[in-house]
Design a protein around this ligand. Structure first.
Ligand code: MN
Length: 234
């Protein structure tokens, strides 16, 4: 006999798959810290790279944004410095511990465009007082995301424009090839810290140009090949 749940269950976060009728059920949301060089790296790697670092957002902070639609995005409480960070998002169909770099992409289901929305004032306070980042990074609705494009249709994007505009004014603009740590490297390194599993997603870091967004403004985040999402902050 199954023991009944003592309270009602919140539905699991799930993101629609582009061009299909299925949804991708989300387990955990990982994010990588600063992951774009201000200038293109020379071929062959940069020996001065600092080790990547990771944090999590709660899975229920995801806000799905259908393409060709402007979604209303609530301005969060307790901040007066709310920032956009446009990022490519990786969705895993499987996982493991200690994944080798050469095997990493075989775990990827697909990719999406996302925003790692940040209460920058609270994050800055946390940094200054050596406290955790949750209140800065894991606000309700702080992880807008577009539909997930399967590898079968978009491959593994390694170059292409990544950008965000606010009220049509360009804010961040870079190229996926400017990532310091590749998607393979991120998956491999992250899997040393956590056993990765199907349903995990990874926000892969943001390029230079993060900035403030205010109520009444519209953000448009774009990754080449993965489309755009549009959000009205209110
Ligand atoms: Mn970020």
């Amino acid at each position: 006999m199954t023991t009944p749940f003592a309270i009602g269950i919140e539905p699991r976060a799930a993101i629609p798959v582009a061009g299909g009728s299925s949804v991708f059920p989300v387990r955990r949301v990982y994010c990588i810290g600063r992951n774009y060089a201000a200038h293109a790296r020379e071929m062959g790697g940069d020996p001065t790279r600092e080790a990547p670092f990771f944090f999590q957002k709660a899975a229920d902070t995801l806000q799905f944004c259908p393409e060709n639609e402007t979604v209303k995005h609530p301005y969060p409480s307790m901040t007066s410095n709310y920032h956009h960070e446009v990022e490519m998002v990786v969705a895993l169909k499987s996982g493991a511990r200690d994944i080798a770099e050469k095997d990493a992409l075989s775990h990827v289901f697909g990719y999406a465009v996302g925003l790692d929305m940040t209460r920058r004032d609270l994050q800055d306070e946390a940094k200054a007082s050596r406290r955790p980042w949750e209140v800065g990074k894991s606000a309700d609705f702080s992880a807008p995301i577009g539909p997930i494009h399967p590898v079968s249709s978009v491959g593994h994007p390694a170059r292409g424009k990544i950008s965000v505009s606010v009220d049509s004014e360009p804010r961040q603009s870079s190229d996926l090839s400017d990532m310091v740590w590749s998607v393979s490297e991120q998956i491999s390194i992250l899997s040393r810290y956590f056993e990765l599993k199907a349903g995990d997603i990874i926000f892969t870091g943001t390029p230079e140009g993060v900035g403030k967004v205010e109520r009444g403004q519209t953000m448009r985040a774009y990754v080449e090949g993965l489309g755009a999402i549009s959000l009205l902050v209110e």
